[in-house]
Design a protein around this ligand. Structure first.
Ligand code: NAD
Length: 311
């Protein structure tokens, strides 16, 4: 039987790419409920889905910040049966914390962290009852490692990771699978929006040195990072589908050397020291490192799984 897949945040980026890829699956293993907060933005998804629309792909409204909208969406699915949940909706926030309001920060936590919690409060009980289900969470490499000027975004993804790590133990008892997908930079609307907001940011609340650091180091290198390391949303979707993801799965092999630094030093000083040196001491090392990272590719591919019911 076809597996019902519910994906959040499908008006763009990874959500859109994954929804379309699953709907176009040659073996027709999936029925995709591609959801988005604002249905007025459905045209790109409709166009990408083509004749699969209304067959293997249906579009539904779902705002991860609104419990009622989640409930209404889940109730509209036959028998409320969701075999695969992909928690993808998310947003970024960059800049010095002095220049961000607590409200802006709360919106990031509300979307990236509580968005997942709300989904699971509605969907997990059904999965537990059936003793089957796969929960795929689009986290980030920033769910395991903080990056300069991404303080609150990284905190929201760390929250996601801690939450899932706790839940995964219980889930195992109910034969449910949890997979944290940790992309590095992906070239999507996300990257464009975050950069534009950064450029527009009112930096008057920050001291000169911090404002200068944000504008002349962080924003100046931002595009280059995405250009040299960025994956496409389709690449990420392909990896999610093509591999049997372990609990934590990084999609970007060019970025893995950075996260490996974290595990190389249990005291935690090594990655901070290296990031510091890259950013502040050797501007040239920064670009050299990007090139070096490109050389270090390693992969550990496993066989496919989302199409199979979990046992
Ligand atoms: P994107 O901006 O194209 O997609 C995010 C989607 O989430 C958008 O369609 C947006 O409308 C939706 N969304 C935001 N708030 C929502 C809400 N309250 N309810 C429902 N939908 C909502 O960017 P993307 O890169 O495809 O992001 C998808 C996921 O990947 C996010 O969780 C993001 O944190 C994560 N991620 C992105 C990158 C990157 O570099 N782009 C890297 C690592 C992880």
């Amino acid at each position: 039987a076809r597996r019902n897949v519910l994906i959040t945040g499908c008006s763009s980026g990874i959500g859109l790419a994954l929804a379309v890829k699953m709907a176009k699956d040659e073996q027709k293993r999936f029925k995709v409920y591609a959801t988005m907060r604002n249905l007025a933005k459905k045209q790109p998804l409709e166009e990408a889905a083509g004749h699969r629309l209304g067959k293997t792909l249906e579009i539904k409204q779902l705002d991860v910040c609104d419990e009622q909208s989640i409930k209404t969406c889940v109730n509209s699915i036959p028998d409320r049966r969701i075999d695969v949940l992909v928690s993808n909706a998310g947003m970024g926030l960059i800049g010095p914390i002095e220049c961000q309001t607590i409200e802006e920060m709360k919106t990031v936590m509300d979307t990236n962290f509580f968005g997942l919690v709300r989904l699971l409060k509605e969907i997990l009980p059904d999965m537990k009852r059936r003793k089957s289900g796969h929960i795929v969470i689009i986290s980030s490499v920033m769910g395991i490692q903080g990056i300069l000027f991404n303080d609150v975004y990284a905190a929201s993804k760390f929250a996601v990771e801690g939450f899932c790590e706790s839940l995964a133990i219980q889930a195992l008892k109910f034969k449910l699978q949890l997979s944290l997908i940790e992309p590095g930079p992906v070239v999507t609307e996300f990257e464009r929006k975050v950069f534009e907001d950064g450029m527009k940011m009112d930096l008057s609340a920050a001291d000169e040195e911090t404002a200068e650091m944000f504008t002349n180091i962080y924003l100046k290198n931002y595009k280059q990072i995405f250009q040299s390391l960025g994956q496409s949303a389709e690449d990420v979707a392909e990896i999610i589908l093509a591999e049997n993801p372990p609990f934590r799965h990084q999609t970007n092999t060019l970025y893995t050397p950075m996260t490996t630094l974290k595990y190389a030093d249990p005291n935690g000083d090594l990655p901070i020291d290296i990031f510091y040196k890259m950013v502040f001491q050797h501007d040239k090392i920064f670009s050299a490192s990007l090139n070096f990272i490109k050389l270090l590719r390693w992969r550990s591919r496993k066989s496919f799984d989302l199409g199979k019911p979990s046992q």
